[in-house]
Design a protein around this ligand. Structure first.
Ligand code: MTE
Length: 307
């Protein structure tokens, strides 16, 4: 069988969003009524969310063939080509630091009793390309509440798997592996911050960060760390991969901000993937368009200084 992360078209690729949603509701309804038949799909039956954007999602093919996942190489096509070799089952996430119930949690355990939601979010990469992604996941705060955050915790640190045998990019010192990211605790507890386990109602493709990744839609994409194996609650700002590699270019906060340029390029506009290299650029929005929900987290902060 061909690996399911290849660029085979699914009906979601060629179906506009409204039809995609109606079809999904139809499938959910049919399942509830005990009606079976039709092509079998590994649908996650995620519920819709009021946090989704109305923007049209990019196709499954676009979202799974144009990726950043440096553990598999620095080319945009490298993750689709090489991530199939990553073993994602079994998978456990170590949760430690300032928590009441530290431990190694199996993915099945993490997902037990969790209602998966579809969150259609804009994704803005620091490289000035963007996408609209129908993620499937749940709010990170639900997991943090389950493990019990101690009052002394102020930050959350995340780590990607370190396995150079399966992640060939880790044989090169492009970054100080494993890939690491972090959030302030209030950012991590924000309802827009999700752990995603799927895309287009299917399990997360390896190149997009299987089996579980972070998605923080108001920050540059590099904050949305893939294939997470460790979550640590801490009282000090954790070191993060891109900030360690080049602190002048990549800040800890990295909120999308059209007014603060990257030292080597403008952040005022972006190119939506899937439209070809010569597609029109679109204006980048403050906090990637999520300002109404998140600006209050940064009141009084100089966003040019804390970039
Ligand atoms: N996570 C890990 N572990 N390694 C990476 O190289 N790249 C980041 C982020 N998460 C990256 C990562 C960057 S720069 C972006 S823009 C997004 O993943 C891209 O996510 P996507 O490939 O699903 O669009």
């Amino acid at each position: 069988m061909a690996p399911r992360w290849t660029n085979d078209l699914t009906w979601a690729d060629v179906t506009p969003k409204a039809a995609f949603m109606n079809r999904r509701q139809m499938i959910a309804g049919a399942t509830a009524l005990g009606v079976t038949g039709g092509p079998a799909r590994a649908g996650l039956n995620a519920v819709e969310s009021r946090y989704s954007t109305d923007a049209d999602p990019n196709s499954f093919a676009d979202l799974t063939s144009y990726n950043n996942f440096y553990e598999f190489g620095t080319g945009k096509g490298d993750p689709a080509e090489y991530a199939g070799q990553l073993t994602t089952d079994p998978w456990a996430v170590k949760i430690d630091g300032m928590v009441e119930r530290p431990g190694s949690y199996g993915l099945e355990d993490i997902l037990k009793g969790v209602t998966l939601e579809e969150r259609i979010y804009r994704l803005r990469c620091v490289e000035a390309w963007s996408a609209v992604v129908p993620w499937v996941g749940f709010e990170l705060r639900r997991l943090l509440d389950r493990v019990g955050v101690q009052p002394s915790a102020k930050y959350v640190a995340f780590e990607t798997l370190l396995r150079p045998e399966e992640m060939p990019g880790q044989k090169y010192p492009v970054l100080d592996w494993p890939y690491r990211e972090g959030l302030r605790l209030d950012e991590a507890m924000h309802p827009l911050t999700i752990l995603a386990t799927g895309l287009y109602d299917e399990p997360m493709p390896n190149q997009n960060g299987a089996p579980i990744r972070l998605v923080v839609p108001w920050k540059y994409g590099f904050k949305s760390i893939k294939s997470i194996v460790r979550i640590t609650l801490t009282d000090s700002q954790p070191p993060t991969a891109w900030n360690m590699a080049n602190p002048r270019e990549y800040g800890f906060y990295s909120n999308v901000n059209p007014e603060v340029d990257h030292p080597r390029w403008s952040q005022a506009t972006e190119r939506r993937i899937g439209g070809g290299l010569f597609s029109a650029r679109i204006p980048t929005q403050m906090f990637n368009g999520y300002g109404d929900q998140v600006a209050a987290l940064y009141s009084g902060m100089d966003l040019a200084k804390f970039f």
